[in-house]
Design a protein around this ligand. Structure first.
Ligand SMILES: Nc1ncnc2c1ncn2[C@@H]1O[C@H](COP(=O)(O)OP(=O)(O)O)[C@@H](O)[C@H]1O
Ligand SMILES: [Mg+2]
Length: 247
């Protein structure tokens, strides 16, 4: 079998912040590769530096040292935890915006946005405004927007953290459905072990601050994964034992 090709190489990233209480070291020499078209889950406790890491990969923040290099298209589609929609724009305008910034024609923007709105089940809501949508629907809009942007890397930062358990399960299915039809490298951040195992081709477990990679897991579980199977629960126990959950 051919070796998977590397899409993003993250090399020796370190990052500290000056705070009133002194210097806080957040990322501690973090290195890993992201492979073409994989669904990579970054799993770590709250406040460990996951968002800082993603922002660094997306070039929103600069590391103190280390580098991020992309093989090919370096633009990323971003899905944030708190929706981050334009409240004054309709659903379809929200979804079209990044593609429009890339200089696509109005027709192409609309057609692409409609395709992804349809895929996330929001075909009938293109003229609605974000305030008229539930949390799950808003996050569907954000996901449609990330895919419409045309980036071949999609970064999702705890996208379902604010949703109730039932909606969260539905959204996890939604993300896996998109996986089947859309070619993209996905980096998905969560603090939820079960979500990580349900979704990930590969899971990188991060420690608390200063954050570094504790372990890597490749769940050898057939899809759709069964959250109550003995194999699933055994992996959950294994990861739980290694995750820093101290208060
Ligand atoms: N701009 C900043 N200034 C100071 N501290 C920051 C800044 N951004 C992040 N941090 C600190 O970095 C740590 C990790 O934050 P974050 O990446 O948001 O964690 P999480 O893993 O929950 O996404 C936090 O303790 C936070 O206080
Ligand atoms: Mg975060």
């Amino acid at each position: 079998m051919a070796l998977p090709s590397v899409k993003i190489e993250i090399s020796k990233l370190s990052k500290s912040y000056e705070t009133k209480k002194g210097v806080v070291r957040v990322l501690d020499d973090v290195s890993f590769s992201v492979y073409e078209n994989e669904f990579l889950v970054i799993l770590g406790p709250g406040q460990c530096g996951k968002t800082v890491l993603l922002n660094t990969i997306a070039d929103i923040e600069q590391p103190d040292s280390g580098s991020v290099s992309f093989n090919g298209d370096s633009s990323v589609g971003f899905v944030f935890q708190r929706y981050a929609l334009f409240n004054w724009k309709t659903v379809i305008k929200n979804v079209e915006t990044p593609l429009r910034y890339r200089g696509a024609s109005a027709e192409e923007c609309t057609a692409t946005a409609r395709k992804y709105l349809d895929l996330v089940g929001l075909k009938d809501f293109e003229s609605a405004y974000p305030a008229q949508l539930s949390g799950g629907m808003k996050q569907r809009v954000a996901i449609a927007r990330a895919y419409t942007s045309g980036s071949d890397t999609i970064i999702m930062d705890e996208p379902f953290g604010a949703l109730d358990a039932q909606t969260r399960y539905q959204m996890e299915e939604e993300v896996l459905k998109l996986r089947k039809t859309e070619k993209a490298t996905v980096i998905f951040v969560t603090n939820n072990i079960e979500e990580a195992i349900y979704l990930g081709d590969r899971i990188l477990l991060f420690s608390d601050k200063p954050s570094h990679i504790v372990n890597e897991f490749v769940p050898e579980l057939p899809r759709p994964r069964n959250r109550t199977s003995p194999e699933f629960m055994a992996l959950r126990d294994e990861i739980t034992a290694q995750m820093d959950l101290s208060l």
